[in-house]
Design a protein around this ligand. Structure first.
Ligand SMILES: [Zn+2]
Ligand SMILES: [Zn+2]
Length: 116
């Protein structure tokens, strides 16, 4: 048996950026941050409990996590997703992006795709 030193994370408004799960999240504290993992889909991300990012455009703090794809150009012109990262979007400034993200929950594509 592996003992997992996980504590249940109950942070207001915390939900899995990948699938939207709000209940089955566990967190393991590391120094200043908490590594949160989602039981249903396996997404892991870090959360700094002391510093939720503020929006760099409107300076609001009504942020929502989303999964963004990290793409690399592979042979030919095919782009492949090599990793995902969790980013925070502003519910005001990024409202349209978030609205479509919530429907499909497929990773957001970067605004700038690699060209070389
Ligand atoms: Zn999830
Ligand atoms: Zn904003």
């Amino acid at each position: 048996m592996v003992h997992r030193d996980a504590t249940l994370v109950s942070m207001e408004g915390l939900s899995c950026p990948a699938c939207g799960e709000e209940e089955l999240l566990s967190g393991v504290p590391h120094a200043d941050i908490i590594e949160v993992s989602c039981e249903p889909c396996g997404q892991k991300w870090h959360r700094d409990p002391h510093a939720l990012p503020n929006c760099d455009r409107c300076d609001g703090n009504d942020m929502e996590g989303a999964v963004k794809a990290v793409v690399e150009k592979s042979r030919g012109s095919q782009l492949s997703i090599v990793a995902t990262q969790v980013v925070y979007l502003c519910r005001d400034c990024d409202e349209t992006i978030l609205a479509s993200y919530r429907i499909g929950r497929s990773p957001l594509m970067p605004a700038e795709l690699p060209t070389t």
